[in-house]
Design a protein around this ligand. Structure first.
Ligand code: FES
Length: 110
C-alpha cells in the first residue's frame, strides 16, 4: 500500500525536457520563463526565499516553480499541472493595466 502512495508522489521538481542548461550560463542574474501550460522555469544566479526571508534550498541550479497551484511540493512544480489540465500562455495575451498606464506616462494610482 505504501508503495502505491510513494509512486504517485514526485519528490523531484518537474522540469520540462527543453528547460535548458543549468544556471542559464549568461552570468547576468536570473531569468524566469513561464512555460506554456506549465511552471515558471528559473535559471541563473538566484536565491529562493520564503516570505519571512528564510532561504529555501532549491536543490538544483535550474528549478521549476508551480504556477498552477496544484503541486504537492509548492513552491516547486511536481508535474501535476499536466494531469490537472492547467492552461496558460507563455507570454501575456494583453498588457497589464498598470504597465499600459506607465507606457502612456500616467500613474497607475492617479
Ligand atoms: S505548474 Fe507544475 S505542478 Fe503546478
Amino acid at each position: 500500500m505504501l508503495g502505491d502512495v510513494s509512486r504517485s508522489l514526485s519528490v523531484e521538481p518537474d522540469l520540462p525536457e527543453d528547460a535548458g542548461e543549468p544556471g542559464g550560463g549568461q552570468g547576468e542574474g536570473a531569468t524566469i520563463t513561464p512555460y506554456r501550460d506549465g511552471p515558471l522555469i528559473v535559471r541563473g544566479d538566484f536565491r529562493l526565499l520564503d516570505q519571512d526571508g528564510n532561504e529555501i534550498d532549491p536543490g538544483r541550479e535550474t528549478i521549476a516553480l508551480c504556477r498552477c497551484g496544484k503541486s504537492g511540493i509548492k513552491p516547486f512544480c511536481d508535474g501535476t499541472h499536466k494531469r490537472s489540465g492547467f492552461s496558460a500562455p507563455s507570454a501575456p495575451s494583453r498588457p497589464r493595466p498598470a504597465a499600459q498606464l506607465l507606457r502612456e506616462g500616467r500613474r497607475p494610482d492617479a
